[in-house]
Design a protein around this ligand. Structure first.
Ligand code: SF4
Ligand code: SF4
Length: 135
């Protein structure tokens, strides 16, 4: 992945908001990778959890938005338990989801879900999906 960095981005509002909402100091992460090694959902993510926090440290909001990772995260807290630096990455993921949803972009359009798919889906999966993926 090729990215361009600027001081404005790294010290910008996005980083401050993620830290404020999550209550975490992003710079505590030193990229050991233990969060990603233990993440039960990593197999389905296009960017690993430790890479997401690196992108967040650098203020690379758009790169995070292109990834499926924050939506795949199951908030299981395995990463938070494993982190040697005490970073609660599950909270960081939640902050990233909140900031994305505040842009009022719907990632699921309920009306576009085919009836045959709806029939086979557990109700709890639908509700969870609407809560996480719609604004
Ligand atoms: S386990 Fe903690 S310190 Fe290690 S990469 Fe993940 S968030 Fe960073
Ligand atoms: S909270 Fe999310 S990122 Fe952390 S281990 Fe669980 S699924 Fe992976």
């Amino acid at each position: 992945m090729r990215v361009e960095l600027s001081v404005k981005q790294v010290q910008g509002d996005f980083v401050k908001k993620v830290e404020e909402i999550s209550g975490q100091n992003l710079l505590s992460c030193y990229q050991c990778g233990k969060c990603s090694a233990g993440c039960p959902m990593a197999f389905a993510m296009d960017i690993l959890p430790n890479q997401i926090i690196r992108l967040a440290q650098l203020g690379l909001e758009e790169e995070i938005a292109k990834s499926n990772t924050i939506w795949i995260c199951a908030s299981c807290y395995t990463c938070a338990v494993r982190c040697p630096r005490g970073v609660d990455l599950a909270r960081v993921m939640e902050a990233l989801r909140l900031l994305t949803l505040r842009k009022n972009i719907n990632y699921v359009q309920p009306i576009e879900i085919p009836p045959e798919t709806l029939e086979g889906m557990p109700q709890v999966a639908l509700v969870s999906s609407f809560r996480k993926l719609t604004s």
